[in-house]
Design a protein around this ligand. Structure first.
Ligand code: FDA
Length: 309
């Protein structure tokens, strides 16, 4: 299985296959399992549908590693339109998730800083929240630095947050720093390929660290997100919360669009907060491939469904 994971992660970076897939109608049909649509109207519709089931959302306009400043600004424009749409639907409890490499981080960190600062300011005005996703470890420190800087600006407190990956050795220390600042964190296992000197290579160690870090978050007094589809991680979280008498509404579980919908609904029925990460847009290929890397059986599942249509 680790070989298949690496193969799908390598494919996620294949430019030719990406161009071909994103333009083909077969590609669109495949991606619809994990991607809510190609347009802003479609993603808002998906968020409204989730809201009907008492599920909140975080909206993600797909794209990463842009190659020109214009592309970065176009990506930001889509987010500004999303924030406008969210502002007119305050009941929907939606926010946005962004990636720094989509905002020009590889081209010019100053440009990314300016763009993200603008989005956070808009998030404050729209009374919502901007989550900065975490990408590969080459971006970890820069992402933390930017989010801490933006969070410290008067008025931004509580409107910008970050993601921490349980597979990285450094995460416990990072959580300490970020919670000291009062920053909201989404904890996930981590979806990129990392070297063994930076990240736990074994799943069992990632899982053990996830449980430990989740407990660190749940006792911090800040509203965090526990992002996983792993029933063991969820059971450990539920047990910890019960044993410590922690208010189940003082944090949220988070899952990805289209994955374990049964579990999403049952946690809501049990009284937990649930937020779904809802991606949309034409640049779905790297995101889609990372989902196959997490569970190569998805490739078979999708192929079977396509054959049935
Ligand atoms: P794990 O991979 O161990 O899977 C446990 C079980 O969950 C599987 O047995 C299967 O049942 C189910 N499952 C998991 N993935 C599935 C899939 N693709 N298809 C079908 N079933 C699946 N990563 C990152 O590096 N940076 C980020 O910013 C984010 N952001 C983020 C937001 C949210 C809301 C979520 C839920 C996840 C992320 N991730 C992420 C991805 C994360 O790091 C991780 O790769 C996936 O969540 C898979 O890990 P699990 O915790 O689900 O467990």
């Amino acid at each position: 299985m680790p070989i298949l994971r690496s193969a799908f992660i390598a494919l996620s970076r294949n430019v030719t296959l990406r161009k071909f897939s994103e333009r083909s109608s077969l590609g669109h049909r495949m991606s619809s399992r994990f991607v809510a649509g190609m347009t802003l109207d479609e993603v808002i519709h998906a968020a409204e549908e989730l809201h009907k089931s008492d599920i909140a959302s975080t909206l993600d306009s797909l794209g990463e590693n842009v190659t020109t400043p214009e592309e970065a600004r176009r990506s930001a424009d889509i987010y500004h339109r999303l924030l406008d749409a969210i502002q007119t639907r305050p009941d929907m409890n939606a926010n946005v998730s962004i990636k720094l490499t989509q905002m020009g981080m590889d081209l010019d960190p100053g440009l990314a800083q300016e763009i993200v600062a603008g989005l956070v300011q808009h998030g404050v005005g729209a009374n919502t929240f901007v989550r900065v996703d975490m990408e590969g470890s080459e971006y970890t420190q820069a992402t933390i630095d930017m989010v801490r800087g933006l969070h410290a600006i008067p008025g931004n407190r509580g409107h910008v947050g970050i993601v921490i990956q349980a597979y990285l050795y450094r995460s416990e220390e990072d959580i300490r720093t970020l919670t000291n600042d009062g920053i909201r964190i989404r904890l996930c296992k981590g979806a990129y390929k990392e070297a063994a000197n930076l990240a736990f290579p074994e799943k069992k160690d990632v899982d053990a660290n996830f449980v430990k870090l989740a407990q660190q978050l749940l006792t911090s007094g800040i509203y965090h997100g526990i992002a996983t589809h792993d029933e063991h991680m969820i059971a450990a979280t539920k047990k910890f919360v019960r044993d410590r008498n922690i208010d189940p509404k003082s944090f949220e579980f988070q899952m990805l669009y289209g994955i374990r919908r049964d579990l999403q609904k049952s946690l809501v029925r049990e009284g937990f907060n649930m937020r779904i990460y809802v991606p949309f847009g034409t640049e779905w290929y790297p995101y889609f491939m990372r989902r196959l890397a997490e569970r190569p059986a998805n490739a078979l599942f999708i192929a079977r469904n396509l054959l049935k249509q």
